[in-house]
Design a protein around this ligand. Sequence first.
Ligand SMILES: [Zn+2]
Length: 301
Amino acid sequence: MERELTRRVALKVGAGTVLAGLAGVSLTPGAYAAPAPQGTAPSAPAQASTGLTTAPAAVAANELMEPPPMATRTFGTLRATDWTTPPIRFEYKGKQFRRYPDASKKNHPAEAWVHVYLATWKKSKTEVLVHGGLSKAAAKAKAHAHTLALGRVPNFLRREVKEMRIYSGAHSATSLNRVISIYEGANYPTHRWANVYLHEAAHCLNEKLRANKRLLKKWNRAVAADRVGPKAQRGGFISEYARDHRKGEDFGESVISWLALRFHPDRLAEQAPGAAPFIRAQIPNRMAFFRARGWDTAPWR
Ligand SMILES: [Zn+2]
């Protein structure tokens, strides 16, 4: 995992941080890299990364753990079998010529014919785009499976996702302008898509937060307080990924850790006994910021 992260190159493009694999894969400017899939960089050696299934080295219960490379992988405790909120309505909107750039292919066109579905929940709607070359039955099954995966993401994050584009190739998932692109050919090592959606949906909310000056100021104050916290290690970030990509990744990595601590302490303890005290030591002020928002976390309970 660590090697995978160091293999990446961070480029500054406008206000956003772009992460691109060294294998020549380039992401849309401003896009954020997701928990990276395995095997998308042909030049990289094979790695035995198994993500959440690999517990970190044993740490005594009263001992703080070291910041993990990526909190989404270590603390993203959403599992494929968890409760989902199915949409109230799931409608076919026909075949449309839409923006659908496939980053897993070279020289991909920006637009293509796609099957469009509309998933409607109580307080939000998400469009799901799948390749137009699929039969209607196959497209529907695929779109519906991804809709149920998104239904496992807490309401306050899911409602920020305007559109999901499903691709068959292998590439990092990305999120930009409330649009998530996910690649089925990628072996995301985090319980299939659940935690990838969680991570990407957090990007959608982060974009909103960054557009709100008043909230951003509060958030920055919380981050600053955590950085000088009495127990904070290595600069008070929840992971190396959050520390290295502060604007783009710190918010989501922290949200996911807070959710894990609040709803799945048992799973955290399975990961590492020191995980819970570590999260409390690293981001207490960020967690107070999250609590103060009064977010609707259903179906997490
Ligand atoms: Zn990300």
